[in-house]
Design a protein around this ligand. Sequence first.
Ligand code: ADP
Length: 191
Amino acid sequence: MLNIVLFGAPGAGKGTQAAKLVEKYHLVHLSTGDMLRSEIARNTERGIIAKQLIGNGNFVPDSIVVAMIEERIKEHTSPEGFIFDGFPRTVPQAEILDSMLLEHSLSVAGMVALSVPENELVRRLLVRGKLSNRADDQNEEIIRNRISVYHEKTAPLVDYYANQGKHVSTKGTGSIEEIFLNLCTAIEKFR
Ligand code: ADP
C-alpha cells in the first residue's frame, strides 16, 4: 500500500494535486478540510464546533479530526493507499496517525511537501476567497494568521518525517502539470 502525506502551507495547492495523484495511483483522498466543510454544511455537532474555529484561521480539536480520519480508514478495507491532505497538521497528530495505521498493520510511506513562497500563498488564497465562499479565505489578516499557525505548529512535521527518512520537498510553483510531475518523481522514491 502507498500511504502518502501531502504537505504544504495553506494555498500550496494540496487539493489540486491530490485529485491528480488519486487518479494516477488509485488512492483514497482523505482531506480533513473537505470533511470539516462537509460537517459544517450538514450542520452536525462537529460542524458547529469547527465553523467558528476555521473562520478565524485556527485549528479544530484533535478529537474531531482524528475521529474523522479513523472512521475513513476503517471504512476502506483494502485501498491501494491513502493520501492524507491537511492531516497530520501537528507532531502529536502525526504520532496519532502512526499508531492508528499500525493498528491496521499499515504505515506512512512518505511525506511530499509542496514549497511555495509566502507572498504567492497569500495571493492564491485571496483569489480563491473571491471565487469560493470559504470564510477562511476572505481576508488577509485571517490568511496571515493561518500561515503563522502553519509555521509554528505544522512546519515541525518536516523534521518528524525527515528523521525517519520519509520527507521529500518539491517546488510548488510553475504549471499544475510541472508540479504534478515533480510530485510523482518524489513519490516514486517511496514505492
Ligand atoms: P488550507 O490548507 O487551505 O488552510 P484545509 O482545507 O486543509 O485548508 O483546512 C481548512 C481549515 O480546517 C484549517 O485552517 C483548520 O482550521 C481546519 N483543519 C483542517 N485539518 C485540520 C487538522 N488536521 N487539525 C486541525 N484543524 C484542521
